[in-house]
Write a protein that binds this ligand. Sequence first.
Ligand code: RB5
Length: 145
Amino acid sequence: MIAVGCDHAGYELKQEVISHLTEKGYEIMDLGCNGESCDYPIIAKAVAENILNKKCDKGILICGTGIGMSIAANKIHGIRAALCSDYFSAKYTRLHNDANVMCIGARTIGVGLALELADVFLETEFEGGRHQRRLDLIHEIENNN
Ligand code: RB5
């Protein structure tokens, strides 16, 4: 199950992402918004919670720039949210960071690229090995702060 959320700036792109992923066979948990003006931290928190409680495997968050969503999501321990606007980053944040949330900006990239980023983000597995040691260090930072 993939959690998807947006604010008003990301609503149209969220609908595109959801229909694309649904067509590809993914199950989607749509956590809003539904186009109305809303505050992105509330949506980021809802997506994060559904990943941490294991109802969802990964999440995609969309706002105007993707920045607000990524700042908010990364405040939650256990969430590794990557703001992506290029293919390489979307792939390597899975391989090296085991990112569990990808944030995208509806006002910064087009629909075609956004769908490509969603595909590669969801299809790429974490490499583990030396990268796990680095994630362990991130958990240590979370636990000490
Ligand atoms: C909303 O206008 C905008 O501030 C929001 O979508 C996002 O870009 C914040 O980072």
